[in-house]
Design a protein around this ligand. Structure first.
Ligand SMILES: Nc1ncnc2c1ncn2[C@@H]1O[C@H](COP(=O)(O)OP(=O)(O)OP(=O)(O)O)[C@@H](O)[C@H]1O
Ligand SMILES: [Mg+2]
Length: 359
């Protein structure tokens, strides 16, 4: 199938951009496919580890060249180097790894960035990200949420966000505004299964750009909703973003807890403070009888946190309205702020804010 005319134009424009050895970027073997969406053009340039700096001007020139034929789309050019950084030792890619000092710089205007993570999928990270963000906002803080889950972005749905992000003349994204939060997600820019072609390093590089090229204004705290697991994306984000800490979400099930331990171990190795653990879907109160059921067991996360010497931040019950209101785009902390469930989120948010000296 012939390329879309914009992709052909970008490919042609990249023939005029030189890589450090003087040859054309358009012919360079490390140039990825060019991803085109209605609002963005994205591609990655894979370089040998240690060559990232030398390719800095190439990234700038490639961005300019692509912008000239982007027909108004946002251009995201990532530099990726696949191998673990030179100072990694033992335990695979992350053992003993330090954050690279030139990349893990604070983001202007944002006081604290925290990640919401889990080892296992579907435990409620996104639900917690949104409701904790709302509870932090209710403490009087300025709060943003960044959806870092390229493969299953759910923040737009949870916050009832529609449409594509706008960007300003200087090409910075304008974040969405919903329920008093600023929010950004790559979800609305991707179509169908496009995210699948974003390999780990490219995905994390695109996320860093999304973080840095959004006009967040002044924020007390930005919450990053991470994808599940302990893979490339998480490791590379942790090495390049100045996180003040991470909150690990788990259900009380053994399997989820084993994965949560793995995640906490990874963050500790990456020198990211674990702010504590949240037990989600902790227990179920039947709406008709008021009887409590510990569907997945109960208290496992608290026990695990204690064993690991970490703070247990609190538990959130399994409740129909949490799911229903999430699906409707009006999280429980917006729709039923006086409910017991909303107050569970509020208590955890207060601990996080205190932990980070924000209140
Ligand atoms: N406490 C809760 N009570 C009821 N339903 C919940 C609760 N927490 C999460 N859910 C529901 O469980 C599902 C998974 O939640 P969510 O998407 O937040 O998990 P996740 O960890 O972000 O998943 P993923 O790993 O796919 O990103 C959603 O349908 C959500 O509405
Ligand atoms: Mg999620």
């Amino acid at each position: 199938m012939a390329d879309h005319p914009v992709i052909s134009a970008v490919k042609l424009a990249l023939k005029n951009v030189k890589v450090p050895d003087g040859s054309a970027l358009g012919d360079y073997a490390g140039l990825s496919d060019i991803i085109l969406t209605p609002s963005a053009i994205a591609f990655a340039i894979a370089v040998e580890p240690g060559m990232e700096g030398a390719f800095g001007p190439v990234q700038v020139a490639a961005t300019k060249a692509a912008e000239a034929c982007s027909e108004g789309r946002k251009v995201l050019v990532s530099i990726t180097s696949d191998r673990a950084p030179a100072n990694a030792k033992g335990n695979g890619a992350m053992g003993g790894t330090k954050k690279s000092p030139n990349q893990a710089t604070p983001v202007k205007g944002i006081k604290k960035i925290i990640a919401i993570a889990s080892g296992k999928g579907g435990v409620g990270k996104s639900t917690c990200s949104v409701n904790l963000a709302l509870s932090l906002k209710d403490l009087g803080l300025k709060v943003g949420v960044l959806d870092a889950d390229l493969y299953g972005p759910s923040i737009p749905k949870l916050l009832g966000i529609e449409g594509k992000p706008a960007f300003r003349d200087d090409k910075l994204f304008k974040p969405f505004e919903a329920h008093g939060l600023k929010a950004m997600s790559i979800g609305p820019m991707l179509q169908g299964d496009q995210a699948v072609v974003w390999r780990g390093p490219m995905a994390s590089s695109a996320l860093r750009q999304l973080l840095r090229e959004t006009d967040w204004g002044e924020l007390d705290i930005l919450i990053m909703d991470l994808p599940p697991g302990t893979g490339d994306i998480q490791i590379s984000l942790c090495q390049s973003v100045e996180f003040s800490g991470v909150v690990v979400v788990s259900t009380p099930q053994d399997l989820a807890l084993i994965d949560a331990k793995k995640a906490m171990d990874m963050f500790t190795r990456l020198n990211i403070p674990v702010l504590g653990m949240v037990e989600n879907m902790s227990y179920f109160i039947a709406p008709d009888t008021g009887k409590r059921y510990d569907i997945f067991g109960h208290g496992g996360a608290k026990q695990t946190a204690n064993q690991m010497g970490l703070e247990f931040l609190g538990e959130i019950p399994l409740h129909m309205s949490i799911r229903e209101l999430s699906d409707a785009g009006t999280p429980i902390c917006v729709d039923k702020p006086d409910s017991g469930e909303a107050s569970s989120f509020a208590q955890i948010a207060r601990k996080i804010a205190q932990n980070l000296d924000l209140i």
